[in-house]
Design a protein around this ligand. Sequence first.
Ligand code: ZN
Length: 505
Amino acid sequence: MTGGADAAPTAAAPDTDAPTAAVRVADPLTTDAPTAAVRVTDAPTAVPASGRTRVAFDRADAPAASDETWTADPRWTDLPALALPTGRTVVVAAHPDDESLGVGGLVAELAARGNPPEVVVLTDGAASHPGSPTVDPARLATIRAEEVREAVAILSPASSVTLLGHPDGGLAESRTQVEDDLRRLLGTAPVDTLVVPWRGDGHRDHRVAGEIGATLAAETGARLVEYPLWMWHWATPDDPRVPWDRLRVVDLADASVVRRHRAVATHRTQVQPLSADPRDAAVVHPDLIATLDRDVDLLVVDDASRPTLRSDYFDATYARRDDPWGFEDRWYEERKRAVTLAALPDRRYGRVLEVGCSIGVLTADLATRCDELLALDVAPAAVARARERVASARHVRVEVGDVAAHVPDGPWDLVVLSEVGYYLAREDLVRTARAVRASLAPRGTVVAVHWRHPVADYPLTGDEVHRVLHRTLDLAPLVRHEEADFMLDVLAADPRSVARREGLA
Ligand SMILES: [Zn+2]
């Protein structure tokens, strides 16, 4: 939370990358100083043209509202609980100490449940005491690295700690590199939950860290969870920028509250003065530390993500028209089917699973390329029409089935995901993709084809679907066909090109 980064660039010029914390300082030369230097000379509270909420605060002051004021607010007691993340969880801190101050309780709870999160710290924290007569920035970075390792060891001894060491206060400037570093760190293993600083926290490094997190969550299919930290300093419960509707609580056992206290205390350079010199003052206000007595951590979740479309949506669609998408008549559909079939790397397949077969038009074509075909759709009306269409093909079965609930047992030599992924909520798609991967034959292939234009009813766009599939399936990209209207990917466990498969190359 430190790093003088709350003292974002002070030039008032409209800046598309304008800091959330537009903290105006009296003396630009001291913008990085920890306490008195971040003096607010005015209180710009208007929402700038960019639409980004500006926040002004001085961390030398006491928080705008006491902890009692927060907890006495009736909305506080009504906050819904957030279920503890399961699976791979990565906690991102902008600075060494955000992990303890922001989500120390959550990290301790996860550790107690046997699910230690990975901790990544983006900056070196070297800017928390500019002009200090006691410690220079390089030494400070070294000390803070030790502090954060010690803190995480208290919260969650089995957690890994990765220090990316980017410049404190400079995340906006090094955004691309930070994003690349974090992307590399996340790797190809699935990420279930990404915990990052809240984008509205009023601190530039925190905002940028949150934005990078949002980008990578979208890429990986991880659930994004944000944590406010400076909000507890600058906001009052009635401040319209407090995201009450998106706040969730994680209840903490006493042991986790104690661990959070101990972890925060470990950040000695932040909670204790380095010397009597004003430039060495403690960075974190004691009243902010008092909020750590809470037996909860508060997180911001984005529940705007849409749920998976239910079968009644499709029932209604098929009730209106026999062929709602014009599979039978439209040249667009006929051509796309031809592209799909042409893209399949093998002439013939053994066992094929077609997900979301609709009225069976593609099903009939696929039937000519395989020994066995199981076609599924969630809508009984569609299944009935598909069955009629392929009635003469004994090796084809058409069933009512929902892959978001269960992917039929493989091994499948080919799985066809044609115009189906965007009906699923992101987490359902990720889970389904993992199940598909697990059911794939050792040399299995997945072909995915999706409409790219946004559709208001659908939880995801086609492009998002393909990003998630690439990431989650972790198969060799054999074919990518991309045009304005649709995207096609062939992802295969066998990385050989068609020419190599045929011995031509
Ligand atoms: Zn921070």
